[in-house]
Design a protein. Structure first.
Length: 174
């Protein structure tokens, strides 16, 4: 699980994993690993996954006409394609508050097999250049703020990937 802007970490990216002092119960879960945002993880089955919460999405939507006019809150994987084309998670200046390091932590150096994000609160699955892109859902219905900015969450949906067949099954907990 990687953090986002509502978690007990700094807002600036890259974000550290949520500290155990803020979420001790999460650290007790045997099937959960807390990671940074962004983060590359590798599964034993041979999949390399790039996880990114998605703070840069709204700036990117404002800066790219084709995104702004295509209502990406309903099709968030359109944003993924723009990030992958540019090989950067925040390709426009000041899209996120950024803490520079020796290397740009938001640059996509290694092409992932899977890009998994949050932020838009809408489940969407697609593919771009043989990269599976997954925009994850959320667990709450539309807030007043989301309605104001035109975001249409689709809560309680989980994409489950069969690592042997690459088939996706959507679980609906609503």
């Amino acid at each position: 699980m990687c953090p986002g802007q509502h978690d007990a970490v700094r807002v600036a990216e890259p974000q550290p994993a949520i500290d155990s002092q803020f979420a001790p119960a999460l650290y007790e879960l045997k099937n959960l690993t807390l990671v940074t945002n962004p983060c590359y993880i590798s599964l034993q089955e041979g999949f390399n996954i790039l996880m990114y919460h998605g703070a840069s999405f709204h700036g990117l939507i404002s800066d790219i006409d084709s995104l702004r006019t295509s209502n990406p809150s309903d099709k968030p994987t359109l944003i993924h394609k723009q990030l992958l084309k540019r090989r950067h998670l925040a390709p426009t200046h000041s899209a996120v508050v950024y803490i520079p390091g020796e290397k740009d932590a938001l640059m996509i150096r290694q092409i992932p097999d899977i890009l998994a994000t949050g932020e838009m609160h809408k489940l969407d699955v697609d593919s771009y250049n043989n990269i599976l892109t997954i925009s994850n859902s959320c667990w709450q219905s539309q807030t007043a703020y989301e309605e104001k900015v035109g975001n249409h969450p689709d809560p309680c949906k989980v994409a489950m990937l069969n690592l042997k067949t690459r088939e996706i099954k959507i679980l609906d907990f609503s």
